[in-house]
Design a protein around this ligand. Structure first.
Ligand code: ADP
Ligand code: MG
Length: 484
């Protein structure tokens, strides 16, 4: 079922295209040797190139190019063996050179695709238009002094990948799924940390609306949205605004807007008429970027297994449900954790425990998977003890909770607390006899046809064994005994 918004005059379809800026993970900046790391004292990570001192020349950082190529390969995109850097000219205090080095007409990476999965399980292919490398700008700080604006050039010159999608998305949900999937892929590749809160991944959101079957209408671009939730909110709010304009017989102007989450509205920043003319031209300080085919092949050969491939492998290798596999591969650390558990214990049980009890425990304790209070080998050992019938599933939950609190290994804990499962038929029938002796009334009711009392007896026997009875054996023995 497709997503539409109802206006006063009928249904409207949404059209969404995203431009994502992703900061390249590298030691140094794109064209200088200054550190690309986050934070630091203002202007501590600035070389003469970043500060655009006269006569300074840019030198391309090969690792940044490799990172962009890996990303292109991860997006099933064409890698252009020859690309070019252009100057994008504008004046701003945090841009000392007066231009940003970017790629305009000939980007490093061409068309690709990204597959998203929606809540109803359906799959969609979203087209990637291009990916190019460019420099980040510095930061102006207007709130540090009552009389001055200050400039921090630590970010100036840091490598960014701009990843542009086709206008292929049709709902806030699709845009959210696209961003999350892109972030997962970048993190798998190790090419961007994907931290939207820190600004190392940010999105410009292009939105238009139309009647079903129409050609594209005018879009607006919402700049620099910094969380998946805000992107989804901004899309719906902006689409509703445009619908209102069209329905009032107005015209949507192509403009750049800002999203204000506090007020739940988008506001105009600048219209197309005052859009910048950047006077792009090839940067004369840089030669065209020509890739060596052998180098490209080596990068390709070293790519890690990506989320889609890992999901498909989990399904076939471990026999787990597609949905569980999708959840497990969304975070590489979770996928790795799961595999350690699944190799040593029953995989479907492992998937249930990781996505259920483990996730709940991480949530509760505010810990991340890398810092999990129960390590993967520890959970594997616990599930082995369920698999070999040392403990039953109910007791395993309690043992796990205790492991979360204390970090004690499952086996030691089970021995110390005497939690081994009772499978001895004599011990179980003694417990059963005892329960029956204490409930003659219930026995009579059961025998006169009140079958659902069976559950009551099971519960009583489990209680009598402090939850340690083997559930299958208890059921079986009880069934035989009650139906005598
Ligand atoms: P610009 O470089 O001026 O931002 P582009 O043509 O590169 O313009 O498009 C930028 C983004 O806008 C792309 O992600 C594209 O998918 C999206 N886009 C283009 N047309 C529309 C439209 N009519 N509705 C929604 N998004 C659009
Ligand atoms: Mg744009």
């Amino acid at each position: 079922m497709s997503y539409v918004l109802e206006g006063l005059t009928g249904a409207w379809e949404l059209v969404i295209g995203l431009e994502v800026h992703a900061q390249v993970i590298s030691q140094a900046k794109l064209f200088s040797g200054a550190p690309a790391s986050y934070g630091g004292e203002p202007n501590a990570h600035v070389s003469l190139v970043d500060a655009a001192f006269p006569g300074m020349l840019p030198v391309i950082n090969k690792e940044c190019v490799a990172q962009a190529v890996r990303t292109g390969l991860g997006l099933n995109a064409r890698v252009n063996l020859e690309s070019r850097f252009d100057r994008k000219n504008y004046f701003y205090a945090d841009l000392p050179a007066g231009y940003q080095i970017s790629q305009f007409t000939r980007p490093l990476i061409g068309a690709g695709t990204l597959e998203i999965e929606l809540a109803d399980g359906s799959l969609r292919q979203i087209g990637i238009t291009r990916l190019h490398l460019e420099q980040d700008a510095g930061k102006s700080m207007h709130d540090q002094s009552p009389t001055k604006s200050l400039i921090d050039l630590n970010r100036a010159g840091v490598g960014l990948m701009e990843i542009v999608s086709e206008p292929d998305m049709r709902s806030p949900e699709e845009a959210g799924a696209y961003l999350r999937k892109l972030r997962t892929i970048l993190r798998y590749l190790g090419t961007c940390d994907g931290n939207m809160e820190e600004g190392s991944m940010r999105a410009d959101v292009n939105v238009s609306v139309r009647r079903a079957g129409e050609p594209l209408r005018t879009r607006c671009e919402i700049k620099n949205v910094n969380s998946v939730r805000f992107v989804m909110q901004a899309i719906e709010i902006e689409a509703r605004r445009q619908i209102e304009v069209w329905e009032r017989d107005g015209v949507v102007d192509q403009e750049t807007r800002l999203f204000d989450p506090g007020r739940g509205e988008t506001r105009s920043l600048r219209s197309k008429e005052d859009a910048h003319d950047y006077r792009y031209f090839p940067d004369p300080d840089l030669l065209p970027l020509v890739l060596d085919e052998g180098w490209l092949a080596a990068l390709k050969a070293q790519l890690p297994e990506l989320p889609d491939a890992k999901r498909d492998r989990f399904i076939t290798q471990y026999g787990i449900a597609r949905n569980d596999a999708g959840v497990l591969v969304a975070d590489r650390a979770v996928a790795d954790y799961f595999e350690v558990v699944a190799v040593g214990a029953e995989p479907r049980l492992a998937a249930n425990w990781v996505t259920g009890d483990l996730f709940a425990a991480l949530n509760r304790t505010g810990r991340s998977i890398d810092d999990s209070p129960v390590t993967a080998p520890a959970l594997r050992d616990l599930l082995r003890l369920v698999g070999d019938q040392t403990i039953n599933g109910r007791i395993a939950k309690d043992v796990f909770e205790e492991m979360v609190q204390t970090g004690e290994p499952a086996e030691a804990l089970i021995e110390r607390k005497g939690l081994r499962q009772i499978t001895d038929p004599a011990a179980l029938s003694a417990a059963i006899d005892d329960v029956i002796a204490r409930h003659p009334d219930k026995l009579a009711e059961f025998r006169s046809g009140k079958e659902k009392l069976f559950g009551f007896f099971v519960g009583q026997v489990m209680k009598a064994t402090q939850g340690r009875g083997n559930p299958a054996l208890v059921n079986e023995a009880l069934g035989r005994r009650l139906r005598l």
